[in-house]
Design a protein around this ligand. Structure first.
Ligand code: NAP
Ligand code: G3H
Length: 483
């Protein structure tokens, strides 16, 4: 593959309406996960510049919140249009930077434009309420409370690498429409895609200071941003370890966190095994399992386990493997550390007696899709999130055992239940400790207006378009004392 013209371009950060080089004089090389080249450089923004950006955001936010909702909507609609215009360029950057196929990268951009438009529509239907004092015993009819939703101020949006555009815009759009200014810190591996997304927002003519793109390693500036007294709300998506650190560091600031997962697929004895296998394969292996909602373990009834495993194995062996540029499903993982981690989980399971049915081959960061049967609860793969193309099968003797193993996890993002018995499905769903339960379908985030949440180590608070707007606003009560 010939390096593209933009291959070694140095990107600027964006602050108070201007693209700038950092006064730190330092840049960070962004390597492609699958090409032997540096595909761009981003600025390592200094602490002083973080201070300046937050100050600019505060000043700009006051005027932004003062604009009518229709005015703010117009900017967001233009942003969505610009993203669609730039979809080829942005998708190519996503592909090169995070190793997603071009088709999936384009879907991500278009999904983001749809997300932004829906966010505007949703905000236009949010109304406050009024309350009369005499609804409460002894209260006076002459008191009238007017309850409105107002912005929080400056929102810090921190996003992960795997959906560098969609999961970033899923924070920025609700924040902006509600009248907040934003400090956006993309994942470093994802910062080029994030920069292109902000270029689209800049083209939409957003007033200076409302959106600020701060690039730099989380290990250098993450804590500084999170602890900054100028931040009024944090919306974070990333790993559980990073999220826990962030929760300890931030103080008295509303926090919404979407974190890791270990989503189980529970396959009952009465399931349609063909359907279940299809959903499980796409849930577990698309984009090499680098989705928070990927199916990361199968808890199958022992009476149908052989048949399910047989079908899964055929499908795993049919998965296409290789470069994202050729449209493969299983692609190189984001970096060597991630590939080492996944390899370690497979080795641990094999050493403890699990049967590795297929896969278990590695070329650089490319881990071949791996199916492991007879996994037990002593093995790390039963509990740890691989974020890679490996699927452990745990055979269970009953629904109760499956639910117990599902719930014993430190995570609680989603669960899939496969069964033909809808009553059983609901009975099991009510016992499952995850934010969402999918009946006869793979775990997944969308559609994006559904509430999306993790419990336990998988997060706090709720996203999903309406819920995200709610989380970035607060109630304000004005009491009218009528004479
Ligand atoms: P990560 O390593 O936790 O990084 C996430 C973000 O946090 C990045 O922007 C990172 O910046 C930043 N960060 C690092 N240290 C920080 C600190 N001390 N303070 C503040 N921010 C800091 O996660 P990832 O590898 O990008 O993403 C994979 C993980 O995210 C998986 O566990 C996956 O399940 C989870 N995820 C969850 C959801 C969900 O909706 N539940 C969605 C997507 C992904 P740098 O890149 O500069 O280090
Ligand atoms: O990685 C986490 C994303 O929120 C998953 O989204 O289920 O649409 O792939 P998805």
């Amino acid at each position: 593959m010939t390096p593209s013209i933009v291959a070694t371009r140095e990107y600027k950060f964006f602050m108070d309406g201007e693209w700038r080089e950092s006064r730190s004089g330092e840049t960070i090389d962004i390597h492609s996960p699958y090409l032997p080249e540096v595909i761009g450089k981003v600025q390592a923004v200094s602490r002083v510049e973080v201070d300046e950006a937050i100050e600019a955001a505060h000043l700009a936010q006051i005027k932004w919140a003062d604009k009518s909702l229709q005015e703010r909507s117009a900017y967001l609609y233009k942003w969505a249009d610009e993203l669609v215009h730039m979809q080829d360029e942005i998708a190519e950057t996503i592909m090169k930077e995070v190793g997603k196929t071009l088709a999936d990268a384009k879907k991500e951009v278009v999904r983001t434009a749809d997300f932004i438009r829906y966010t505007v529509g949703e905000a236009q239907h949010i109304n406050g309420e009024s309350m009369r004092g005499d609804n409460f015993p002894g209260g006076s009819k002459s008191k009238l409370a007017i309850v409105e939703r107002v912005p929080l101020g400056v929102v810090l949006a921190i996003s992960p690498f795997n959906y560098p555009v969609n999961l970033s815009a899923a924070k920025i759009a609700p924040a902006l429409i509600a009248g907040n200014a934003v400090i956006f810190k993309p994942a470093t591996q994802g910062a080029l895609s994030g920069t292109k997304m902000i270029q689209a927002l800049h083209k939409a003519g957003l007033p200076n200071g409302i959106i600020n793109l701060i690039t730099g390693r989380g290990s250098d500036i993450g804590d500084y941003l999170v602890e900054h007294p100028g931040i009024n709300m944090i919306s974070f998506t990333g790993g559980t370890k990073t999220g826990k650190n962030l929760a300890k560091k931030s103080a008295m600031v509303p926090l919404v966190m979407e974190l890791g997962g270990k989503d189980p697929a529970i396959v009952r004895e009465d399931a349609d095994l063909y359907e279940a296998a299809n959903h499980i394969i796409s849930g577990a292996f698309s984009y090499s399992g680098q989705r928070c909602t990927a199916i990361k373990r199968v808890l199958v009834h022992e009476n149908v386990a052989d048949e399910l495993v047989k079908q899964l194995r055929v499908e795993v062996e049919n998965l296409t493997v290789g470069s994202p540029e050729d449209g493969n499903t299983v692609v190189p993982l984001i970096d060597t550390k991630s590939a080492d981690f996944v390899e370690g989980l497979i080795k641990d399971a094999a050493r403890q007696g699990a049967e590795v049915l297929t896969g278990n081959k590695r070329e650089g960061n490319l881990i071949y899709p791996t199916l492991i049967d007879y996994v037990n609860t002593e093995m790390r793969i039963a509990w740890e999130e691989p974020f890679g193309p490996v699927l452990p099968i745990i055979r269970c003797t009953s629904d109760e055992e499956a639910v117990n193993i599902a719930n014993k996890s430190e995570y609680g993002l989603q669960t899939s239940i496969f069964t033909r018995d809808i009553n059983k499905a609901f009975a099991l769903a009510s016992k499952i400790e995850t934010g969402s339960v999918q009946i006869n379908g793979r775990s997944e985030r969308g559609p994006d207006h559904f509430p999306f949440l993790g419990v336990k180590g998988s997060g706090m608070g709720v996203q999903g378009i309406r819920k995200s707007i709610d989380s970035m606003t607060r109630e304000k009560v004005i009491v009218l004392n009528l004479s």
